[in-house]
Design a binder for this molecule. Structure first.
Ligand code: BTN
Length: 345
């Protein structure tokens, strides 16, 4: 569903096939916000906009999604345990005052939130729209890779931005999002997370998050950009081939984390860094990156691009956010626009 906190909610609702029904979201939010009390069928009917006779059907639908609801039509209902579903209404209330509160699309399952957000961008969706999925069947990673998106274990989020910048500055958007995700995740971890340029979030040397920026632009103007953020949060273990290089917050800390709280913090930070970037330019973003990324300067790395693979030492970022690497083979400083960066020991 699309939750729109403005007056246009009803008009815009259900225009996107496959999104979560507005009544499921409203019911979930109502029960979650009244978790300690029994909510009467009459109140539920009024709040979610169904008849009293239909309430039980919607409760059953919620139960089918794995939400544990106690009670019945006569006594009223209450939620047994707060489910960690990224319910748009709850998010919207908490993101009030940011551009991300206004239009939130939520799917229980979709192919890729980035694909959905790119289509929305093309269709004229305004700045700040957020697309969320509990599960992705074709999550996209960088360089044509896939992003493993286990159901309700991670955060799979895409944000549509319409930044007044030229496409050459787009790498800075990736840094902005990486910093926001890094700061949000830092509060959940015992040891500070690292960022491997441009966008890999690392804990204990293994990757738990990544950013994929896609955009539609003219040579001098970005029409829209989609920042796709994937975070491994509550995965108990990673699939075997990924285990040596990938991790989750749960694996690192031994406990579960609230995806809802983490996402709220992430989007609040994204709002702040993005506004700072527009107001003050690249400098504060680059300074912050230098503070929190061990890859910023002096790291011995192997760079693999489509054209070649070489080793060298990182030497900071230039003003558009691309990485400088002093090559080991004496051929000077390379400007790395894209490619894989790995620590070279
Ligand atoms: C990477 O390869 O490091 C980037 C991964 C980005 C994954 C996220 S999950 C949400 C959004 N939707 C996608 O299809 N990809 C991004």
């Amino acid at each position: 569903m699309l939750f729109d906190s403005g007056m246009a909610t009803k008009r815009i609702l259900a225009e996107l096939p496959g999104t979560t029904d507005r009544r499921i979201d409203a019911l979930l939010t109502l029960l979650a916000e009244n978790a300690t009390i029994v909510v009467s069928g009459a109140k539920i009917a009024k709040e979610i906009g169904v008849t009293r006779q239909q309430v039980w059907r919607w409760i059953e639908k919620l139960r089918a999604l794995g939400v544990r609801v106690k009670g019945h039509a006569h006594s009223g209902y209450h939620i047994e345990r707060m489910p960690d579903i990224l319910a748009p209404q709850m998010l919207s209330h908490r993101l009030y005052g940011t551009p991300f509160a206004r239009r939130i699309y939520h799917f229980f399952k979709t192919d890729s939130t980035n694909a959905v957000a790119m289509n929305l961008g093309e269709a004229g969706e305004p700045h700040g729209a957020v697309v969320l999925a509990e599960e992705q069947t074709a999550g996209r990673g960088r360089a044509g890779r896939t992003w493993t998106s286990e159901k309700s274990a991670g955060i799979y989020c895409s944000v549509l931005l319409r930044p007044p910048i030229p496409p050459a500055h787009a790498p800075l958007l990736t840094l902005v999002a990486g910093l926001a995700a890094r700061d949000a995740a830092a509060e959940e971890l015992d040891a500070l997370p690292d960022i491997r340029w441009p966008n890999d979030l690392l804990a204990g040397g293994r990757k738990f998050g990544g950013i994929l920026t896609e955009m539609h632009a003219e040579p001098d103007r970005v029409h829209y950009a989609v920042i796709g953020i994937g975070l491994n949060v509550n995965q108990a273990k990673m699939p075997a081939p990924l285990a040596p290089i990938a991790t989750s917050l749960r694996i690192e800390t031994g406990k579960s984390h609230s995806r809802l709280e983490l996402l709220i913090r992430l989007l609040q930070r994204l709002d702040r860094y993005y506004n700072q970037f527009l107001a003050e330019g690249a400098a504060p973003i680059l300074r912050r990156f230098a503070q929190v990324s061990s890859y910023f300067k002096g790291k011995h790395v192997r760079i693999t691009t489509a054209a070649e693979s070489f080793t060298g030492t990182t030497a900071g970022l230039d003003s558009s956010g691309v990485l400088r690497v002093v090559r080991d083979d004496g051929r000077g400083t390379e400007i790395v626009l894209s490619g894989d960066v790995a620590e070279a020991l």
